[in-house]
Design a protein around this ligand. Structure first.
Ligand code: SF4
Length: 366
């Protein structure tokens, strides 16, 4: 039977009292002994279609470590509703690397980075096709084509437009995601016209914190790109980077903003220090595996249906707790990232199998 109660989340040292009134129905998961609702009651409300609030998001990030398994179990119930025990694999190719005129402080490819990375112009079509084959062979459902730079050139879009139909012709069911920077309406429409399923463009952090990580474009520029993608009729992939020196409130704001946008895919990256980047020199506070898992639970509960990806930095920051990420996330990259290494695919497959999960239906070669 439905009942009304006030919620009160324990924030560790501080106690947050929310005036929110809520309706819960769960009898399977009882409230905690101090009277505040359990994480399962929060999951119940999310499953009923209620949106997470900022206070609830903050409570998740500052929850006591001893509640982590309960929190993950609650996030897992939400994950399971839409994704069952399936894991969606993604494979990316860095099709154009380095020499970007923007100044994103975390990025090894920016003009302010001195990182020792490969720098090259748009790869020839054969190498992009090789990438599609690698995606297929690694059992990926999505092939992500990434190019550096503020925005794609006309020639970048020409190359992509030529490639997409060939890839789709060869690999039935392999979805294509393109990440090529800021897009205007015409550029988005060209990508849609050639068969791109989804565009990745990460908001990265909150509007408030954005000027701390980039001065050459704005948070609003990024939002405008997402609207152009949506308007052109493609799916949106947008996520962020946790651990850049932002506050918990910034992570929560990002999670809720992405929920409001209704993004279809959401990569959560964990900041990876790369020697030569300004953000690495600034030495932001180190992430812990527990915090990373709480962040994934937050993004799941704020974005219940989305394809939530434990992305770059998962191996480094989650360490031996990495499998637990898949109780909140349903998706991950298999292989390397843009300029950093991932773990061998065999370890990813073993992790999925050991969890009793399975790789989502794969593409077929024609
Ligand atoms: S726009 Fe993209 S490639 Fe350029 S610096 Fe920023 S994140 Fe890196």
């Amino acid at each position: 039977m439905a009942k009304q109660r006030a919620i009160r989340y324990n924030l560790g040292m501080d106690t947050l009292q929310s005036t929110t009134r809520l309706t819960t129905h769960s009898t399977a998961h009882s409230s905690s002994t101090d009277g505040r609702p359990s994480w399962h009651e929060l999951a119940d409300r999310v499953l009923q279609g209620q949106q997470l609030t900022s206070d609830e998001g903050l409570a998740i990030l500052s929850s006591p470590d001893e509640e982590l398994l309960d929190l993950l179990a609650a996030a897992y119930r939400v994950r399971r509703r839409w994704w069952g025990n399936q894991v969606r694999l993604n494979f990316l190719i860095n099709a154009k690397s380095g020499a970007c005129a923007e100044d994103c402080a975390y990025c090894s490819q920016s003009r302010v980075s001195k990182a020792d990375i490969p720098r090259y112009a748009m790869l020839p079509p054969e190498q992009i096709l090789d990438g599609a084959r690698a995606a297929f062979e690694r059992r990926a459902k999505t092939f992500c084509i990434v190019t550096s730079g503020r925005s794609p050139t006309r020639r970048d879009i020409d190359v992509i437009s030529d490639m997409i139909p060939q890839i789709k012709q060869q690999y039935d069911g392999l979805e294509i995601c393109v990440a090529s920077g800021l897009l205007g309406q015409e550029q988005a429409q060209r990508l849609k016209a050639c068969g791109v399923d989804r565009v990745n463009h990460n908001l990265n952090t909150s509007r408030r914190f954005y000027p701390q990580i980039c001065t050459t474009h704005t948070f609003q520029d990024r939002l405008d790109t997402l609207w152009a993608v949506r308007h052109a009729g493609m799916e949106i992939c947008s996520g962020g980077i946790v651990g850049m020196g932002e506050d918990d409130a910034d992570v929560v704001e990002l999670a809720l903003e992405l929920g409001n946008l209704g993004v279809e895919a959401l990569p959560v990256n964990f900041f990876t220090a790369i020697e030569g980047t300004p953000l690495t020199a600034a030495n932001p506070k180190k992430l812990t595996p527990h915090y990373c898992l709480k962040a994934l639970a937050l993004f799941r509960l704020a974005n219940p249906r989305c394809d939530l990806r434990a992305a770059a930095g998962r191996e480094l920051h989650l360490r031996s707790l990495q499998p637990l990420a898949l109780y909140a996330a349903n998706s991950m990259f298999v292989g390397d990232y843009l300029t950093t290494k991932g773990q061998p695919p065999s370890e990813d497959y073993r992790m999925i199998e050991d969890l009793g999960f399975e790789v989502v239906e794969e593409a077929l070669e024609r």
